[in-house]
Write a protein that binds this ligand. Structure first.
Ligand SMILES: *Cc1c(COP(=O)(O)O)cnc(C)c1O
Length: 251
């Protein structure tokens, strides 16, 4: 329970019914945004992002109908996948990966959305081989040119995609990005448009390298805009799970 007097921007659900309400509300917003964009909402997958939410509360969320969960830290996925191993869940790692954590991703995750280094692809391939598994991957692109953000520079993408076919256990699904964190809608839109342009270019020049060419873009604060710009996966945390405590910046 929050002890703060200021109301949280996203209230924290405490029961299955409250999780269902949040989920329904987000789905309704997705449907409405798709309709406004003249798109079929079935082309848009909602990936709930459960980082910092403890496993006991995740059980309520899962009972409310969530089957896939996104986490940005590998340790958190390994821990929760084990704590919830009695359930049939689809885990997505959406944050950057150190090669020494590749084994846990290969073991517990079904998709990895932050691929931006060949060394990581190599480590994953080796570990996936050992686990006899495959992994869906999205190549992360830095569309905001912010130093602190992960992802390839846009001009590095073609060459990077060209190296991926050698990794037979990685299944390329498309591209992922985080838009600039800004009040300026046009700046945010620019990030989404750039990712779509890169996908379209890849489809045109090397369609065999981009798989289904999906776009993973849009979070709680900007998913409607991402839908207008063609996203296929929205990664939504706080609008479903409630506001996260602000943590000190991590190294
Ligand atoms: C945390 C996170 C999200 C979800 O952000 P919310 O603001 O909680 O919706 C999406 N993508 C990535 C990569 C994240 O780390």
């Amino acid at each position: 329970m929050s002890t703060s007097a200021t109301p949280a921007p996203h209230p924290t659900p405490e029961s299955v019914a409250e999780f269902r309400e949040n989920l329904d509300a987000v789905r309704a917003r997705i449907d409405a945004a798709a309709q406004r964009a003249g798109r079929d909402a079935s082309e848009i997958r909602l990936l709930p992002v459960s980082k910092t939410v403890p496993s006991e509360r995740l059980r309520l969320a899962i009972e409310a109908g969530m089957t896939g969960l996104g986490e940005n830290k590998v340790q958190e996925v390994s821990r929760k996948a084990q704590e919830l191993s009695d359930l049939d869940l689809h885990w997505a790692v959406i944050g950057p990966l150190q090669t020494n954590k590749a084994r846990d991703v290969a073991r517990y995750a079904h998709e990895f959305q932050a691929l931006d280094r060949i060394k990581v692809a190599e480590a994953l391939e080796r570990r996936l081989e050992a686990e006899d598994r495959t992994l869906d991957v999205y190549v992360q692109v830095n569309t905001s040119a912010e130093e602190a953000k992960s992802g390839l520079n846009p001009d590095e993408l073609p060459e990077f995609l060209a190296t991926l076919p050698q990794f037979s256990r990685l299944r390329v699904r498309g591209l992922m990005t985080l838009a600039v964190h800004s009040e300026d809608v046009e700046q945010v839109r620019g990030c989404f448009q750039l990712l779509r342009q890169l996908r379209d270019d890849a489809r045109e020049s090397t369609p065999e390298l981009i798989g289904p060419g999906e776009l993973s873009m849009g979070m709680s604060g900007d998913f409607e805009l991402a839908i207008a710009e063609g996203t296929n996966v929205v990664r939504v945390g706080q609008a479903i799970f409630g506001a996260r405590p602000v943590l000190p910046k991590q190294k």
